[in-house]
Design a binder for this molecule. Sequence first.
Ligand code: GDP
Length: 307
Amino acid sequence: MSIIGKIRVSLQKTRQNFQNRLNGLLSRYGSLNEDLLEELEDILIGADIGVSTTMELIDALKQRSRELKPKTDQDIMNILQEEIEKIMGISSVEDTISETVDAGLKVILVVGVNGVGKTTSIAKLARYYQNQGRKVMLAAGDTFRAAAIDQLKIWGERLQIPVISHQGGGDPGAVVFDSVQAALARHMDILIIDTAGRLHTKVNLMEELKKIKRVVSREVEGAPQQVLLVLDATTGQNGIAQARLFNDAVQVTGIILTKLDGTAKGGIVVAIKHTLDIPIEFIGTGETMEDLTPFDAREFAQSLFRQ
Ligand code: GDP
């Protein structure tokens, strides 16, 4: 399936929910009055677009409807779609593809809370670059959980990609140091580093991530070129809080949003862009290796409002 097809399919639940509630809105209220706007507010917040983003959308709708005078539900949806497109900016697909063509070792640090789909996303990301003919290596930087190391090794075997690991309980900085040396020695194109995600020891975790980042940048100039935060789309607004925390510690460059296929609350995508201005690079659209798709903002906005 094409990128565009995958985005549409993964947004099916969000779209259906939206459209079920938006259809008939004008006939129910007679005109675009305060009651209609209040219900619309509920619908948008219910889709996890977030309160402040929703308010901005409602204000924009009010203003624009003075001149446009929407007569059908579809007219309202068209205005919303355009306003969401404005918030999202233009597609980041081209950027994502072209920056992978750079020469030298590219290091991608992957961070996120346990359970969001980080390990699976790392494997998918490895597969994505492998499909582009890139030589990929993985580093098991989550030394806290022995299971995380094992899981990464299993993915490595399946994808036939080398995985650098130490024993459980070791120093993550040391694994990362070794993996960078190994990746340089073996002329890898891309090194993807898994990290711990035990949020209950927040301060320690953030210090550990900062240290890993320092080790990487000391060994390779300009690295890590990407710090990708994995967020679970089904956790809603909590994801925003997670993004703030990780961004403060290690300056997140982009987001992998997982499990978009399992939620009717795909509006979280808009909230992330609006409140944090961190680009969404990839979305997870299922549990198989191929279910990772570069994010396309325009297609996202269209998929919300059109069959
Ligand atoms: P980690 O603890 O963050 O490393 O999480 P895992 O990678 O082990 O994933 C947790 C669960 O989420 C697993 O059952 C994955 O198959 C599932 N998962 C990960 N990404 C996606 C996705 O994009 N869509 C769906 N439906 N499931 C996903």
